[in-house]
Design a protein around this ligand. Structure first.
Ligand code: TA6
Length: 313
C-alpha cells in the first residue's frame, strides 16, 4: 500500500484575475475552492492514475472537517487524525492566478502549531500500518511542527519497517531528511541550490550537485525546474526531462502531479523512460487545468507522444 502524509493540509482558495496590481483594488473574475496540501494532491492524482493509496495526516477544527469531506470525494482510504482544539484550525492557502501571463502566486498560511501528542499519534499510526514493501510519501510544508527532524524520524521508522520513502520538503526539513536516506527526494531548483549551499548556473553544475549527494544513499533524486522540465538521478544514471509545451492555465500543483506519476511508475514497475514520460505528461495536463490539484487523464495519451526524455549520463 502507498500511504501519503500531509502534516499541514489546507483549503486552497484560488483567486482568478486578469493582472494583479499592487496597491490597487484588484477585482476577481472568479474563485475556486479545493483541497490543498501536497500529500492530499498525491492521493488524488494517484487515484486519477488508477493507483490506490491511503491518505494520512492531521486536521483540526471546521476547516479540518471540510478538508476530510473534500478528500472523501476522491476515495475511501482517508485516515486523517481529527482533533477539535480551541483556536486551532487547519489552514487556508491562497493562490492568485493571473490570466495575462499565466502566472500563479501562492500565499500560504502557517497553519496551527501541532502539539507533540498529535505528531506522536501520527507516528504510532504509521508504525501500525506500514508493512514491508509499502511506500510512504512525505510531502509539503511542516513548519507547523516544531521538530524539524519530523520527516527524518518518519523516514527512519518507515525504512526500518521495509518501506520506500518519497520525500518532498523544503529548507531544514529537507536538509535533515537527507540523513535518513529516503528512497527519493524531489527538490526543486532553488531547494537543490539551498542543499548545495551555492548558486547553480549550468546543467553540469546541477549534475555535480546531485552527485555530491551520493553519500546520503538516496537511490532516486528528481530535481524539478519549473518551466525547464527536470533532471533525474536514478542510481548512477542521469536523465533530462524536457517540458511539454501546453496552454497553461494554472501551474500550481504541477510538481505534485509530476511526483505522483513517478510513484505510480515505481509501484507499477514501469521502465524509467516510461515513468518519466508519464510524469512529464501528467505535469503538463495539470498545468492545463484551473485547479491546484488533479488533471484530465484523457489528455495523457496525446501528451505522452510529445514527451522527450534523454539519458544524459
Ligand atoms: O503544490 C500546490 C500546493 O500543494 C497547493 O495546494 C498549496 O496548498 C501549497 O502547494 C501547499 O504547499 P506547502 O508547501 O505549503 O505544503
Amino acid at each position: 500500500m502507498i500511504y501519503t502524509v500531509t502534516l499541514n493540509p489546507a483549503v486552497d482558495k484560488i483567486l482568478f484575475l486578469d493582472q494583479f496590481q499592487r496597491s490597487k483594488t484588484n477585482r476577481l473574475t472568479r474563485t475556486l475552492e479545493t483541497i490543498g496540501g501536497k500529500g492530499t494532491h498525491i492521493f488524488i492524482n494517484l487515484k486519477l492514475l488508477g493507483v490506490q493509496s491511503t491518505a494520512l495526516g492531521i486536521v483540526l477544527g471546521e476547516n479540518g472537517k471540510k478538508i476530510v469531506n473534500m478528500l472523501g470525494g476522491f476515495g475511501e482510504n482517508v485516515r486523517f487524525l481529527y482533533y477539535d482544539m480551541p483556536g486551532k484550525e487547519s489552514r487556508t492557502n491562497y493562490e492568485i492566478v493571473e490570466s495575462s501571463g499565466h502566472t500563479c502566486t501562492m500565499v500560504t498560511e502557517r497553519g496551527p502549531n501541532l502539539p507533540r501528542k498529535l505528531t506522536d499519534d501520527l507516528l504510532n499510526q504509521i508504525r501500525e500500518v506500514i508493512k514491508s514493501g509499502d511506500m510512504l510519501v512525505l510531502t509539503g510544508d511542516a513548519s507547523n511542527v516544531e521538530d524539524t527532524d519530523i520527516y527524518s524520524t518518519l523516514t527512519l521508522v518507515a525504512n526500518a519497517l521495509g518501506a520506500k520513502v518519497f520525500l518532498d520538503a523544503s529548507g531544514q526539513y529537507l536538509k535533515q531528511g537527507l540523513n535518513s536516506s529516503p528512497f527519493l527526494i524531489k527538490p526543486n531548483f532553488e531547494e537543490l541550490c539551498f542543499i548545495a549551499g551555492r548558486e547553480l548556473t549550468t546543467e553540469s553544475d546541477i549534475i555535480a550537485a546531485l552527485q555530491n549527494l551520493d553519500g546520503y544513499n538516496i537511490p532516486m533524486i528528481a530535481m524539478t525546474w519549473s518551466g525547464n522540465g527536470s533532471i533525474i538521478k536514478n542510481g548512477r544514471d542521469f536523465y533530462r526531462v524536457h517540458p511539454i509545451k501546453v496552454e497553461t492555465v494554472n501551474e500550481g500543483g504541477c510538481g505534485d502531479a509530476f511526483l505522483s506519476a513517478i510513484i505510480a511508475g515505481v509501484e507499477k514497475n514501469w521502465s524509467i523512460i516510461e515513468t518519466l514520460k508519464v510524469a512529464a505528461s501528467v505535469a503538463a495536463a495539470a498545468a492545463e487545468g484551473e485547479s491546484t490539484v488533479g488533471f484530465d487523464p484523457t489528455r495523457l495519451e496525446d501528451l505522452k507522444k510529445q514527451a522527450t526524455v534523454v539519458k544524459i549520463r
